[in-house]
Design a protein around this ligand. Sequence first.
Ligand code: 13P
Length: 215
Amino acid sequence: MKSRFLVANWKSNKTIAEADSWLESFKSPAGDHTIILCAPFTLLHFLHERNRALVLSAQDVSPFGQGSYTGEINAQQLKELVDWVIIGHSERRANFGETDDILKQKVLQAKSAGLRVIFCVSDERETVPEDADIVAYEPVSAIGSGQSEDPRASNEIIARLKERIKIPIGLYGGSVTPDNVASFIRQPAIDGVLVGGVSLDAAKFLQLIENASIS
Ligand code: 13P
C-alpha cells in the first residue's frame, strides 16, 4: 500500500488545555502514513515541547521577513517549531483578502526559511506557486458541510492539477471522515487528505487513520 499524507487542520480551535487532552488520547498510530498536525500559532511551542515525534505545521505565515510587521509571525520564527506550513487556504483567501501575489510572497518566505508548503486551491485553475511541495484541492462547498465531493471526480481534478503544475503530491480536503476516507485514499491520483472537523477529536482522527491504513 502506498504511504499517504493524513493532515489534521485544527483551524482556529483549541486552548493549551484542550490540546493537552487531545495529545493524551492520541497515541501515535502504527503504519507508514505521514501524519501532520496543523495547529494554531499559540499551540505550536507547547506541542513541539510536549511531543517531539509529532510532525507539526503552521496554518499561515507572514509574507514578510523579520521586522516591523506588527502581529505577523515570520517563516524563520516558525522554522524553530514546525517543518510545514499551509498557505492559501480558502478561509484565508475569503476572510483575509489574500491574493495570488500575497500567497506567492508567503511561499517564497516559507521556502527561504526551509519550510515545506502545503498549498491549497479550491479550483483546479487557480495559480499555484512553483515552489510548493504539496497541493491540496479543497472545494469550498465540501468544507465543513458534511457533503464531500465524489472521490472519482476529485481524483480526476487532482490528476489534472498535478499534471499542470508539476507538483507530484496532491491531497483532497472537504468533509473527510472515518467512513469516507478509504474512498479517497484508494484513488490513484490522491496522495492523502486534509481533515478539518474530524481532526479535532483525537479518537475520530485515530479511527480515520486506521481506516486509511486498511484501505
Ligand atoms: P472539514 O474537514 O471540516 O470539511 O475541513 C476541511 C478543511 O478545510 C481542511 O483544511
